[in-house]
Design a binder for this molecule. Structure first.
Ligand code: FAD
Length: 613
């Protein structure tokens, strides 16, 4: 089926599209970053999604765990060969990789994860960020050309969040100028890394460094895991896949143990810290630089959260326009479920969230690149702020996206100077919402800080007091993250150079996002600001007004995301809205439907039925 070429469009969906008050193509171009970017994206989608080799003969969901992995490796290799082909034709660039590895195109081809993603998302960036020029020269080309496939092995069975507690050891032996890697316990086994099970033959391994009998903390090492020809695990490498998980079952997450595995001294990534041939250790100005790759991944995750949410709301909004159920007026026919305000309330704030997260992700991407270039010149001042903002945005965006698809900044507040003690009378503006949310955030932090100090005065250590106050601290961080997203959305919309009709729609979405967040945080507003119950009521009415304003454009807004049917991979969300035909067609692909009577009938059901219990 070609991309987004409508068959006969469902009449309800067609009628929704006639109500649109703005130019959907203008919005598509705006979201893509310009008409040229839209064109490039469409060419890329056609190039990948219309390749018959990238389609599965039997839908992946019906395969066994092992078959799924094998099919995923087949597709992943083909995908990266095709990316390479694009690079060779001069059509390369970051966008190919971001689209293929990220939510939009990547998840369309490999919906349950790509076993080679870690190679591009973490192995290569870690070498680029933490390798010396010599190390980059040695490894990057091989890695780019996929002569080797790497992963990033940090987490251990017993150690996740607490990275300093990792147990894998790398002990320097100056006689041979090698590090000796060991996994002293079961809890020290690496656990989780994507592609580690059976795909990668190299890994960046994070281990505790010892040299001249002294411990120097965690450091990254490039370790060969498998023979480059036979792919057999090398001596001393204990490796496998961790098994079935709730999701991402084709990412080939693996485990890894070491028994006296020797690697050359030059395999320690030494841009920041060094071990000289005689074992002398030279440390970097900031040990925090080791965490750079994790920040990169968080930045990408915020973008992906927006992409996944766009897919989800496209499917849900189109289906809600097609599906008719019950009556609002008993003497009228069944109504489109999109007419129920509760359904609009489920959908439209999430549509607004797609925009909010995309603008926040754009901001984060720009700041990430800026801070990275500052790091090159040894300037570290903005690293903590980037770390904190990327953490909270990742947490808020993925949680909100997960809530919709399924069902910290630090205690040092940046608004301290705002001194918001005066009364701020209600006005139906996003600026008013921002002001009261900021006041609530400041007071929340003040209160958490007071509780930490009270606990310290009553004899608790600072760390205990922090842990005991951490519910409030996390809530304060979450409020801060949400204010940040509301603010970024609002700023973007103010500056936009688009037609008046589109600006009107984006302003409605901006307001809807802000009002939804204010209502979500209404408990804090009532507690910490002079917001009254009457004001909350006004916010609620404003929300309902916005839902009604957005209603006529809902289908057209999600159409503007321009996610083709092959990428949506949904019977309910296809552009033509022929949901019932598509559901029936999809059911026919179930392997259970190949035989009219399944063999379990004669084996179990029949004897059971005839046994006269
Ligand atoms: C799909 C997937 C892919 C992954 N890929 C990789 C990979 O490629 N490479 C890799 O190295 N790792 C990978 N990981 C591992 C991932 O980095 C860890 O899961 C993550 O760091 C959290 O560690 P944990 O799961 O051990 O949780 P834990 O550290 O055990 O934390 C469990 C919970 O305890 C609480 N907690 C822990 N510490 C604190 C604290 N200080 N304060 C308050 N609460 C706390 C939190 O609520 C947390 O959610 C992957 C994980 C998943 C799920």
């Amino acid at each position: 089926m070609s991309l987004n070429t409508p068959n006969k469009v469902n009449p309800d969906l067609a009628s929704e599209r006639t109500k649109c008050t703005f130019n959907t193509l203008e919005l598509t171009h705006h979201l893509d970053g310009g008409a040229l970017k839209t064109e490039e994206r469409k060419i890329r989608e056609k190039y990948f999604l219309e390749d018959p080799e990238l389609q599965s003969k039997v839908p992946m969901e019906y395969l066994s765990h092992k078959e799924k992995y094998e099919e995923a490796v087949r597709k992943a290799c083909l995908v990266f060969k095709k990316v390479q082909q694009l690079q060779n034709e001069g059509k390369g660039g970051m966008d190919n990789f971001r689209e293929i590895l990220g939510g939009r195109l990547g998840s369309a081809i490999l919906g349950d994860g790509n076993p080679l993603t870690l190679h591009f998302v973490m192995f290569i960036p870690t070498i680029m960020g933490q390798g010396t020029f010599e190390q980059q020269a040695e490894w990057i080309e091989k890695a780019w050309d996929c002569k080797i496939i790497g992963t990033y092995a940090q987490t251990e069975l017993g150690h996740g969040t607490f990275i300093r507690g990792l147990e894998t050891t790398a002990v320097y032996d100056p006689k041979t100028e090698e590090f000796v890697l060991n996994s002293p316990t079961l809890t020290s086994y690496k656990w989780w890394p994507g592609g580690l099970g059976h795909s990668a033959n190299y890994a960046v391994v994070v281990a505790q460094l010892y040299t001249k009998g002294k411990w120097h903390g965690i450091h990254p090492f490039i370790v060969q895991l498998r023979d480059e020809e036979t792919h057999m695990p090398l001596p001393g490498i204990k490796i496998g896949e961790i098994g079935c998980k709730l999701g991402m079952n084709t990412t080939n997450n693996g485990y890894l143990g070491f028994e006296n595995v020797r690697i050359p001294r030059t395999n320690m990534l030494m841009k920041n810290n060094k071990v000289l041939p005689d074992g002398t250790y030279e440390s970097s100005p900031s040990s925090k630089l080791t965490y750079g790759t994790m920040i990169f991944v968080r930045v990408v995750l915020v973008q992906d959260a927006s992409t996944y949410l766009k897919k989800a709301v496209t499917i849900a909004t189109r289906y809600s326009a097609v599906r008719r159920q019950c009556q609002i007026n008993p003497d009228k026919p069944e109504t489109q479920i999109l007419n129920y305000v509760t359904q609009q309330h489920k959908l439209f704030p999430n549509i607004a969230t797609c925009f909010a997260l995309q603008y926040a992700a754009n901001w984060l991407w720009d700041v990430y690149n800026e801070v990275n270039s500052q790091l090159e010149t040894g300037q570290l001042d903005n690293l903590p702020e980037l770390h904190a903002t990327s953490c909270v945005l990742k947490a808020v965006s993925t949680a909100d996206a997960a809530l919709a698809t399924y069902g910290l900044v630090t205690a040092m507040c940046t608004y301290e100077e705002t001194a918001l003690n005066h009364r701020v009378p209600f006005s139906k503006t996003v600026d008013w919402i921002l002001t009261v949310l900021q006041t609530a955030a400041v007071r929340k932090i003040e209160l958490a800080n007071k509780h930490i100090n009270d606990r310290i005065k009553s004899g608790q250590s600072y760390e205990e007091a922090w842990n005991n106050s951490s519910i409030e601290l996390v809530e304060a961080a979450e409020i801060h993250g949400r204010i940040f997203i509301v603010d970024t959305f609002h700023q973007y919309v103010q500056k936009l150079d688009v037609s008046d009709s589109l600006k009107t729609v984006l302003k409605q979405l901006d307001q809807l996002y802000a009002v939804s967040q204010a209502l979500k945080l209404s408990g804090h507003l009532l507690l910490f600001t002079d917001t009254t119950a009457q004001t909350i009521e006004k916010l609620q009415l404003w929300l309902e007004e916005l839902l009604a304003l957005i209603r006529p454009n809902a289908v057209s807004i999600v159409d503007s995301f321009d996610i083709c049917d092959a990428s949506l991979a949904s019977a309910l969300g296809a552009y033509d809205g022929n949901v019932y035909e598509r559901l029936y067609e999809a059911a026919q692909k179930s392997p259970l439907n190949t035989d009219p009577v399944n063999k379990s009938y004669s084996s179990y059901l029949k004897p059971f039925l005839k046994s006269h219990l």
